[in-house]
Write a protein that binds this ligand. Sequence first.
Ligand code: HEM
Length: 186
Amino acid sequence: MLRNTDSRFGQVAILLHWSIAFIVIAEFGVGLYMTGLEYYHPLYNILPHYHESVGVVLAVLIVVRLFWSAWNIRPAPGAGVGQWEQLASFVVKTLMSTIVIGVIVFGFLLSTAEGDPLKVFDWFELPALVLRGSQEDLSVFWHYWLAWTVIALASLHTLGALKHHLIDHDETLRRMLGLGPRPENE
Ligand code: HEM
């Protein structure tokens, strides 16, 4: 089933969730790796191009996910999920989603700080946005620290999902994996 129901996520929501999660983690790893490369390394110019292009694809996926969520019902929390857990999970998810957008915006401001357009693969170019002289330094700072904040929040989010699965033995993680109800003896 493509769309969400009142108790399960549909395939589109599941695909968007895991693609966004995978891309954010991959972007983080590639970002850290590429800034440590020396000038003559064969990937020195290639990786930033992919990092930036994939970042733009990520932005599109996030927008699609926003529309998809607005257009679908949200499955109710599984039985036994307490109110404080729902609140904590809501706060972490909202912060994470907002801050990811900040990472992308500062990444864009960083890439175009010198006035060059951003080439998205070989598909199209986004025009530069140059706002102020210190744009590059400020954007490097915020891009880096907001990216770490997203990873810290994603770790909390993962720990929460694992707690549901391994300690509470409930459906929370299973339904984001597209699995059916937990068998009685699990
Ligand atoms: C969630 C998505 C992203 C994550 C997690 C991420 C993460 C990172 C990290 C950790 C670094 C290394 C920073 C450092 O060591 O100084 C980096 C560098 C960089 N990122 Fe991203 N990034 C993302 C998206 C983007 C996007 C969308 C763009 C541009 C459109 C971008 C442009 C850059 C550039 C140009 C650098 C090199 C910075 C430098 O030269 O110091 N990033 N990114």
